[in-house]
Every structure is written in structure tokens, then in C-alpha cells.
Design a protein around this ligand. Structure first.
Ligand SMILES: *Cc1c(COP(=O)(O)O)cnc(C)c1O
Length: 348
């Protein structure tokens, strides 16, 4: 792999204490092209603009997918990834659904690890600090033909992150009208357009004073599917419930880690469809103890209340919160503060 170092790095000019998420990027990027039927020319270059033709296919037809993952630094300045093979596999699932040629594993893994190691100073130690990594692929052929592109770019960029969404209140609005995904569609893929189409319904919820929208199924708006860009868990008494993955639900790596850890520490987990009616009944009879979202950006985020049919329901904070307990176990593994009994860490 060719590596061209940045001879004008901005690292020393960055104020790491005042970063807004996803707006500052490291000094290097990984880039690889799909040309004439092959992924070729993987390289690491200084972070820079890319020039594209106005007819670039992805801009017109949305053939674009991405991943989201993080690197963490431990007390000995070693840098770790969390379940990167799962991101690789999901990237290719997304590629396949969007008719994008799959990425060879060595290109993904070598590019990822080399890039993170070159920019490893950007990974700050300390709880909550991490390097957010954004691999993405888009159709780069210059054409407005409505057909799969013959050319693609696979790029990885990285952005230093601190823990965010740290307000103590996090209220959500259960959607009665909009959905993020439909059966037979692309909800299970990290397709760029899934996000594009979520912004409008999310903004409506935010204008009403909620932080996020809870997506319900597209047929009846009866089943609870996801919390914004996170998977969602409900604790009823001492049982955790989350929806099964299907073609409308993103198979989150945090979600499956939460399920595995919960079972490991003896919490009952039910993976089954969960309805809005059950949720409302559980809050009324006080069996609902917690709701939380799960995703790479926040790991676990406790939800403090929800709105549904013009009524707001509050969830009182619990002692011995499962969200807190599971979050600690996951982050201890991510930051190399505990044994890695499931084999989830991968050293850079
Ligand atoms: C990425 C994503 C998640 C979380 O997946 P993780 O692998 O845990 O980060 C959940 N829901 C949606 C819609 C997503 O795009």
C-alpha cells in the first residue's frame, strides 16, 4: 500500500477540548478505487478534497453506504478497535444490497489499521475520548444513467470524538406517521439515503421539543423498531426486551454486544417484537424501568421519557440501572480496562 505522509499536519493546531462532533478530521485518509472490475490502488494520503464530476452517479441515485466505528486508547497508549470484523461484514452486506462491489477483507483491514496507526496521536486516552472512524463507499462513475455505477471509491476518514449526548434528559417521540425503513427495503443496510430521509421526521420531533424520534413499523406503526440511529432496549421489571433484526432494522454491533453481556451477567433477554401498546401499558402499571438506545456513538443512552398521541410519559431514574451497568462493562472492554472475555478487542 502506498503511503504519502502529510507534510503540513494540522494536529498541533487542533483544540481537542472544544471539538464539535464530526467536523474535524485527522491528517490522513485512506482511499481505494474500483475500476475495470477490481478494487485497485489502495493508499493513504494527506486528508484532502476530492474532485468529482457533476454527473457523479452517487449524487443522483444515492448508491452510497457507510460504516461507523471507533478506536480507543488505553493507559499504555495502545490503540484498540472494537469488533472491527463485524463492521467489515456489515459494510459488505450494505454493499451487496446497494449493488456495490464488495470490498476485499485485506483492503479494509489493512487500510483501517494503517490509517489509525498513522494518525494514532489523534486518539486521546481517557474515558469518553475516542477516534470516530468513517469508512464509506460511493458510486463515482460520471454518468446519469440510472444503473449501477461501473466505478466506486472506498474511503476511510477519522474524526476525534468526545462522548456526546450527555444531557441528563433525553426525550423521544414515538412516530405515528413516519418510518425509516420498510419491508423489502434497505433499512438493514447503512445506506446513506436512510439518513437523508430521516432528517425531516426527526426535525419535526425536535421542533416539538423531543431529542429524537422512535421509529415504528411502516405497516401499522404498532411495533417499535429503532431510536433515531440507535437500536432500542426496554427493561420491564428485570427483563430486557429488544426487537429482532430483520430487513427494516439495523443489526447494530452495540445491540448484539448488549444482548451478549446482559445474558452473561444473568439478565433475562427477550428478542421479540415489542409494541407501543405494551410500552404504554408497562409505563402505566409501573413495570417499565428503563428505556435505552444502543449504538457506537454513545454506546448506551438512557431515555428519560417519551411522547405518544399527545401524551408525555416520564421514566423515573432507577437504582442499579442496567444501562449504566452494561455500558460500564462494554467501555471497560473498549478501553482495555478489563479482560476481553468475548474476544472483541483488536489491537491497531
Ligand atoms: C449504525 C446504526 C445503528 C447502531 O449500530 P452500531 O453497530 O451499534 O453502531 C443502529 N441503528 C441504525 C439505523 C444505524 O444506522
Amino acid at each position: 500500500m502506498e503511503i504519502i505522509k502529510n507534510d503540513n499536519p494540522k494536529f498541533n493546531k487542533v483544540d481537542f477540548e472544544n471539538l464539535s462532533f464530526g467536523e474535524t478530521f485527522t491528517d490522513h485518509m485512506f482511499i481505494c478505487d474500483f475500476l475495470d472490475g477490481n478494487w485497485v490502488d489502495p493508499k493513504i494520503i494527506p486528508y484532502q478534497n476530492i474532485s468529482i464530476d457533476p454527473s457523479t452517479s452517487a449524487l443522483h441515485y444515492g448508491q452510497a453506504i457507510f460504516e461507523g466505528m471507533k478506536a480507543y486508547k488505553d493507559h499504555n497508549n495502545k490503540v484498540w478497535l472494537f469488533r472491527p470484523e463485524d463492521n467489515f461484514e456489515r459494510l459488505n452486506k450494505s454493499c451487496k444490497r446497494m449493488k456495490i462491489p464488495e470490498i476485499p477483507k485485506d483492503i479494509f483491514m489493512n487500510g483501517l489499521k494503517k490509517l489509525v496507526s498513522i494518525d494514532s496521536d489523534w486518539v486521546k486516552p481517557g474515558n469518553g475520548n475516542s477516534l470516530y472512524i468513517r469508512p464509506f463507499v460511493f458510486a463515482s462513475q460520471a454518468t446519469v444513467q440510472a444503473s449501477p455505477s461501473s466505478e466506486y471509491k472506498f474511503i476511510i476518514i477519522c474524526s476525534p470524538a468526545k462522548s456526546y449526548y450527555n444531557e441528563s434528559k433525553f426525550n423521544v417521540l414515538i412516530s405515528e406517521k413516519y418510518s425509516r425503513a420498510s419491508s423489502g427495503g434497505v433499512g438493514f443496510a447503512k445506506a446513506a439515503g436512510n439518513y437523508g430521509s430521516s432528517f425531516y421526521p426527526t426535525s419535526i420531533a425536535q421542533n416539538k421539543g423531543y431529542h429524537q424520534i422512535i421509529w415504528t413499523d411502516s405497516n401499522e406503526h404498532k411495533f417499535i423498531e429503532e431510536a433515531g440511529t440507535m437500536n432500542i432496549f426496554f427493561r420491564i421489571e428485570n427483563k430486557l426486551i429488544t426487537a429482532p433484526t430483520n430487513d427494516r432494522i439495523l443489526d447494530g454491533i452495540t445491540r448484539k454486544s448488549v444482548i451478549q453481556i446482559a445474558k452473561d451477567i444473568g439478565i433475562d433477554v427477550e428478542v421479540r417484537p415489542f409494541t407501543v401498546d405494551e410500552l404504554v401499558a408497562a409505563v402505566k402499571n409501573k413495570s417499565l424501568k428503563e428505556i435505552f438506545g444502543a449504538g457506537t456513538a454513545v454506546v448506551i443512552l438512557s431515555i428519560s421519557g417519551f411522547g405518544y398521541k399527545n401524551i408525555d410519559y416520564d421514566i423515573k431514574p432507577v437504582k442499579e440501572s442496567y444501562a449504566e451497568k452494561i455500558k460500564k462493562i462494554i467501555t471497560d472492554i473498549q478501553y482495555n480496562r478489563s479482560d476481553d472475555k468475548f474476544g472483541w478487542r483488536s489491537e491497531v
